[in-house]
Design a protein around this ligand. Structure first.
Ligand code: SF4
Ligand code: SF4
Length: 325
């Protein structure tokens, strides 16, 4: 059903654009046991229900090259290619049969995809949609069309825009010179169309996890005229570009079956999602560069358990990550 995401409704929500970090941890980091060589010890997650479907709709192509991007997107990264409306429609048809409840679009930068608006139009005929964007291509005519799509659908349309600092200096240190100014224009255009975005901030932004930091971000968002600001704080994964910016996962940063019960695994987002890319269907939005995380060509081929053997899985559990809004 449509959720009240257009101005003036909305509020600060729960916390790649897309992977929430909990500031308080309901799950203590109980999985810090020493690494075992035997990969059979890594736990499996069952697919409870396919509720959330992600599309890597812009592949790994992006108009910028953030230093923390966990899939190293860039204008030159063709690891995953753009998806066409026909590509997406095939999976939408299958998703309808499988009872998928909501749809997310990411990249790369989704608005680099020329089919993005028709793709949203098709998606909004069967469920709520969220687009994760860096905010640089939110031109007035794009925002107007997004508003029209929202108004024409019985389902909600959310736009998530990334910020990585409180000002141009901190944001552009991660995202590139001049990006802050472009995003500010994009946010004003969204406001002009009456669309209230979710602002996402990664923990790369210093101080964001504190109450004071969150309040400061909420003030920035209010400054655009969004009187009910929505903010989501995202975890960083030590893969892709982020691995080079900080460090790689260490061997002990893995889950093992002794530290994660089946019940506990059932709260991970991979127990209810899959990611469609130009190269097939992957377990989740995070592991699209892991060959073993590709589970099949179609959604129905991926309705089976997945072994949580990656460092990123450790972050998901310890930080309680969810990429949904
Ligand atoms: S805007 Fe998003 S997808 Fe593009 S490089 Fe930055 S983090 Fe990666
Ligand atoms: S990275 Fe996270 S979402 Fe992906 S399979 Fe591992 S635990 Fe699940």
């Amino acid at each position: 059903m449509r959720s009240p995401d257009v101005i003036p409704s909305g509020s600060e929500g729960p916390g790649r654009e897309g992977h929430e970090a909990r500031t308080s941890q309901p799950h203590p980091p109980r999985s810090l046991a020493p690494a075992r060589d035997d990969s059979r010890l890594h736990p499996y997650v069952q697919l409870r229900a396919l509720d959330t479907l992600w599309f890597q709709v812009a592949g790994t192509l992006c108009n910028i090259e953030c230093t923390h991007c966990f899939i190293s997107c860039s204008p030159r990264n063709h690891s995953h290619e753009m998806m066409s409306l026909a590509d997406v429609q095939r999976s939408l048809n299958e998703a309808r049969e499988l009872g998928v409840r909501e749809y997310y679009f990411t990249g790369g930068e989704p608005f680099m995809n020329r089919d993005m608006l028709p793709i949203l139009e098709a998606t909004l005929k069967q469920g709520p949609a969220t687009v994760l964007t860096n905010g640089m291509l939110l031109r007035p005519e794009v925002c107007r069309r997004l508003r029209e799509l929202f108004d024409a659908s019985e389902y909600s349309l959310d736009i998530r825009v990334s910020l990585d600092g409180f000002d141009a200096a901190s944001h552009d240190a991660i995202r590139g010179t001049g990006v802050w100014d472009r995003v500010m224009i994009g946010l004003r255009n969204l406001a002009g169309a009456g669309l209230n975005p979710v602002i996402t901030v990664t923990t790369a932004a210093e101080g964001v996890a504190s109450g004071e930091g969150r309040a400061r971000f909420l003030d920035i968002i209010r400054g655009f005229g969004f009187d009910r600001p929505r903010l989501k704080v995202l975890s960083l994964f030590r893969i892709g570009a982020e691995e080079k910016r900080t460090r790689a996962y260490e061997d002990w940063e893995r889950l093992n079956a002794e530290s994660l019960s089946d019940e506990e695994a059932s709260v991970l987002q991979c127990s209810s999602c899959r990611m469609v890319t130009s190269k097939g269907v992957y377990v989740c939005p995070i592991l699209i560069e892991e060959p073993a995380a590709r589970m099949g060509d179609t959604l129905s081929e991926t309705l089976r358990p997945f072994q949580l053997r990656y460092g990123a899985c450790h972050t998901c559990w310890v930080d309680g990550v969810t990429c949904t809004t």
